[in-house]
Design a protein around this ligand. Structure first.
Ligand code: A2P
Length: 270
């Protein structure tokens, strides 16, 4: 198997018209999850919450996957949060990157988990499972989120407690950030649950919404299409079930072309 190449070596072999960025840091959270940062091309623009196609050379050929950009649109570096799939064509290689290695990135970012795709509201729910938290890692560090909403509730559900750590790290970073901290303080709330271990909060977010426990724990009223907005990112099954609950509460699904009360996007999967 080809190992990741240094940025210089990759630049010599990569196709034209692609950004070649340098990995600047890597943090491994569990044997299934890691976070990494790269340099950002000066000409690369994106909206917080969007995804990009990133990749490596695999046996000499570029191999790309969609990755939510976890850093906010104003940040100097790009951040990504990834699963590691032992036999995954990309992640089996990507999990070996180290600072100085090169990463391929296509030049356009896109996506529906953007503030522009939501109609105005007061309370924004961000529902995530697993690596589906990545686009929200971007949005909770963007001051515009707090200019548009009075309350921002980030929910993150994983199988195990260790998988929640990245969420706690980015919430701490948002609250402590010199630029975003004063906006986020008093508005950003984090609700973390696990489904396969004991913890302070347990259960799928869909079950916690249906039983009313989520709202009771947070001390907020039931979903109301007049004030509540939502963004959903997780597995296909999680998207479907959470979407059904929001539709049942009277929220309509939006898109870039037609903003609505909530938007959805599938988390990266290999
Ligand atoms: P569970 O442990 O009950 O399957 P995965 O790693 O499979 O994507 O799961 C990440 C988290 O999402 C797990 O806590 C899992 O709970 C939860 N989950 C899986 N499917 C759904 C669903 N349809 N609705 C809500 N949560 C889900």
């Amino acid at each position: 198997m080809t190992l990741p190449l240094s940025a210089e070596a990759l630049a010599q072999q990569a196709p034209d018209g692609i950004f070649i960025e340098t990995v600047t840091s890597v943090t491994h959270y569990t044997d299934r999850l890691f976070r990494f940062r790269t340099t950002r091309p000066a000409s690369f623009r994106f909206r917080s919450g969007e995804f990009a196609m990133i990749g490596l050379l695999a046996e000499g050929k570029p191999l790309y996957r969609a990755y939510s950009i976890a850093s906010p649109s104003w940040a100097e570096e790009l951040e990504f949060f990834s699963i590691k799939v032992p036999d995954g064509p990309l992640t089996s290689r990507l999990q070996m990157v180290r600072p100085g290695d090169g990463l391929l990135m296509r030049k356009k970012a896109t996506g529906t988990l953007v503030l522009d795709a939501l109609t105005p509201g007061r309370r924004l729910y961000m529902f995530s499972t697993g690596t589906g938290i990545a686009p929200f890692a971007s949005l909770i560090r963007d001051p515009e989120t707090y200019e548009k909403f009075d309350e921002v509730i980030l929910t993150h559900t994983c199988r195990e407690v260790a998988e929640l750590k990245y969420g706690f790290d980015i919430v701490e970073e948002a609250l402590g950030d010199p630029l975003v901290g004063e906006y986020a303080q008093g508005k950003l709330r984090h609700y973390a649950t696990v489904t396969r271990e004991d913890y302070a909060h347990t259960g799928r977010i869909t079950d916690l919404m249906t039983s009313g426990k989520l709202h009771a724990d947070l001390g907020v009223p039931p979903l109301d299409p007049a004030v509540d907005r939502g963004m959903i990112c997780g597995s296909l099954a999680m998207l479907r079930d959470t979407r059904d609950l929001l539709l049942a509460a009277g929220l309509d699904e939006g898109s870039n072309a037609t903003p609505g009360a909530f938007v959805t996007e599938r988390a990266f999967a290999e």
